[in-house]
Design a protein around this ligand. Structure first.
Ligand SMILES: NC(=O)N[C@@H](CC(=O)O)C(=O)O
Ligand SMILES: [Zn+2]
Ligand SMILES: [Zn+2]
Length: 347
């Protein structure tokens, strides 16, 4: 039976748009459904100054097709040399909406990230004063720590000390993958929130490793065991306004993923809204899809909800999407949820 759901147009609060040919190829995939996105700054070289953020925003706007209704919300990449005055000026001018913390070496293009957290204390204190959110890739990089434990250890060793030392700092734990992170968010106050990706609601670590290694399911933080996936589903669909969508859609050309040392990232921009409707229906929480995708994130970032709407219809025939997106850097594989999805996004 057909079922219809009308929601405010969604925001993607964690997105990789890249640059150049890749930007041109992937931007329409997001702009088709999403009205805004928090755009990650991990370009090569990274977006570290307000001038660079403004220039990157212009490149995104000029890559948009005519008539597209999409607003990029820019971020700065925090380094040990970041100038608190530049951050505050960029925020005051409306150029940036967050600063992104990558522990050096934690993920794709994080080599310019932070090694000594004491060195960014001044920036964090200024951000707390002006109410500018810090988005955190929450994994320790200590090689002694098992990759499946790196998020939980980061909370104890790095994040909780930073939050205690910087009262009032608004923090978004990005792409949470564990029940530990969910519990930590629930234990926090209104200054603490988390994004949850689409793919972490679908896959656990077996999808990556059992029966053959599947590079297109490899991302960071890596998917954990099933109990964690279930905790994420509960958090996403549970109605707490401090959990919201950040797809972490992260395009890499196939030749970089299907390799002896494949890089991390799942590309989900194309089919995210259909997959999420499926997940929320399975959890008996379709009425909570709109808060998760379109209201909670905006509220945390101090933005009005989008004016436009998106309509999803459940039909008997499954949704079709291209297996790959062609880009100037080679094909990018679209995330495969591994099951038929029946929620069509209406044009
Ligand atoms: N999530 C990923 O696996 N990859 C992201 C980086 C990130 O968000 O950590 C990327 O830029 O490719
Ligand atoms: Zn990350
Ligand atoms: Zn990311």
């Amino acid at each position: 039976m057909e079922k219809t759901l009308r929601i405010r147009r969604p925001d993607d609060m964690h997105l990789h748009l890249r640059d150049g040919a890749m930007l041109h190829a992937v931007l329409p995939e997001t702009a088709r459904h999403f009205a805004r996105a928090i755009v990650m700054p991990n370009l090569v070289p990274p977006v570290v100054t307000s001038t660079q953020a403004a220039a990157y925003r212009e490149r995104i706007l000029s890559a948009l097709s005519q008539g597209a209704d999409f607003r990029p919300l820019m971020t700065l990449y925090l380094t040990e040399a970041t100038d608190p005055d530049d951050v505050a000026a960029a925020h005051g001018a409306g150029i940036i909406h967050a600063v992104k913390l990558y522990p050096a070496g934690a993920t794709t293009n994080s080599q310019s990230g932070v090694r000594d957290f004491d060195r960014v204390r001044g920036v964090l204190e200024r951000m707390a004063e002006i109410g500018l959110p810090l988005c955190v890739h929450g994994e320790v990089t200590d090689p002694e720590i098992d990759i499946f434990d790196r998020e939980a250890v980061f909370i104890d060793r790095v994040l909780d000390p930073i939050r205690r030392a910087t009262p009032g700092l608004r923090v978004v734990m990005e792409h949470v993958t564990t029940s530990d992170a969910v519990d930590y968010v629930l234990s926090g106050d209104e200054t603490l929130a988390a994004t949850i990706t689409t793919h972490h609601l679908i896959i656990n670590r077996n999808h990556i490793l059992a029966g053959g290694i599947r590079p297109h399911y490899y991302c960071l933080p890596v998917a954990k065991r099933e109990s964690h996936r279930l905790a994420l589903r509960k958090a996403a669909t549970g109605g707490n306004p401090r959990f919201f969508l950040g797809t972490d859609s992260a395009p890499h050309p196939d030749h970089r993923k299907e390799s002896a040392c494949g890089c991390a990232g799942c590309f989900t921009a194309t089919n995210t809204m259909s997959i999420l409707a499926h997940v929320f229906e399975e959890e008996g929480a379709l009425d909570r899809l709109e808060p998760f995708t379109s209201l909670n994130g905006a509220a945390f970032y101090g933005l009005e909800p989008n004016q436009g709407h998106l309509t999803l219809t459940r039909r008997d025939d499954p949704v079709r999407w291209p297996e790959k997106i062609d880009t100037g850097d080679g094909p990018v594989t679209v995330f495969d949820p591994g099951l038929p999805i029946h929620w069509h996004v209406d044009d």
